[in-house]
Design a protein around this ligand. Structure first.
Ligand SMILES: [Zn+2]
Length: 319
């Protein structure tokens, strides 16, 4: 399978791959995560916000992987919105049924239900096997990895191998009104930063069938490389971070659906400005997302996680 071209004239260097991930959630999950009184923003994430993402991805000929919550697809309008991403060649992966807080604290049976219930509904909408998973708030543990393996998943994209996890967990707690969110078992901070075949325990390299695609970190200091940082620190911070990744053969870059939820869209509460990305205007955020995806497409072959895990040549290049 050939990776997609980048549509920007020059070709990116050989053997360098990037996965653009969209944690694609109905806006109600943003209100829930920030512990704010929910407003009626039904249909927005899979409607006008989807238009914005689809246009930017198409402009740079980038195929993304969407991590989707099962219960969001109980709404017919959301199903139709997701089908537009599928028609454009983007991948859909499993982000649990309800996006629970503190996934690791659920019982084994509750974890199975979260994953299997979402899987049924996602495969019903996509009409193909869904092979990837990301835990809500990256709250991954060995129990969930075993469940994924039993269910035939081919990859997980939850591991967050950052030395800053304790700090980020405090930020999560403050933003979420004191509820624990996650980032997984503490040993994840020391997991490989490059993709790897899972071992036992899962935060080590091994020979298990499933592949782990950890969230990219800046080399050495293991500071997370993802879009929320750019929305806080500006597009220059993204350029600087990207230049630090110049020796990396593989990067992930994660956006959230609500990164392009505009201040004039239905249901936008001023209280959302407690979330850093929302302090910028939609116009600013559109420009930043466009620049980031454009830069990734110029420097890397952009592929979906499905393409990466299915192509031995890509795996060979990035392991
Ligand atoms: Zn999420």
């Amino acid at each position: 399978m050939r990776p997609e071209g980048n549509g920007n004239g020059g070709e990116p260097a050989d053997g360098r791959y990037a996965c653009v991930a969209l944690d694609y959630e109905d806006i109600k999950h943003l209100y829930r995560t920030l512990n704010l009184r929910p407003q009626d923003a039904r249909g927005i994430a899979y409607g006008i916000v989807a238009d914005r993402f689809l246009e930017i991805l198409d402009r740079h000929r980038v195929k993304a992987t969407l991590f989707v919550i099962g219960e969001d697809l109980l709404d017919e309008g959301n199903r139709q919105g997701l089908k537009r991403f599928l028609a454009a060649g983007h991948e859909v992966a499993n982000h649990t049924m309800t996006h629970p807080f503190g996934m690791r604290r659920l019982s084994h049976d509750e974890k199975v239900r979260e994953i299997v219930d979402a899987q049924k509904i996602l495969e019903d909408v996509t009409s193909q096997p869904v092979i990837g998973y990301k835990a809500p708030a990256h709250d991954i543990d060995g129990d969930v990895i075993d469940i994924l393996e039993e269910q035939g998943f081919l990859y997980d994209a939850s591991v967050y191998p950052s030395f800053f996890n304790p700090v980020l967990n405090v930020c999560y707690r403050v933003a979420g009104g004191g509820r624990p969110l996650g980032l997984g078992e503490w040993q994840c901070s020391f997991a490989p930063t490059r993709p790897y075949r899972l071992g036992s325990p899962f935060w080590r390299r091994g020979t298990r069938g499933m592949v782990e695609f950890p969230i990219s970190q800046l080399p050495g200091i293991r500071f997370p490389f993802y879009a929320t940082v750019m929305f806080v620190a500006g597009v220059q911070s993204f350029r600087l971070a990207l230049s630090c990744m110049r020796r990396s053969r593989f990067v992930t870059y994660v956006f959230h659906s609500f990164d392009l939820y505009g201040e004039n869209d239905r249901g936008f509460s001023p209280a959302l400005r407690s979330y850093p990305a929302m302090r910028r205007t939609l116009t600013e955020r559109l420009e930043m997302v466009d620049q980031a995806i454009g830069a990734l497409a110029r420097q890397f072959h952009t592929v979906t996680y499905r393409q990466a895990v299915s192509d031995p040549a890509i795996l060979n290049a990035i392991f």
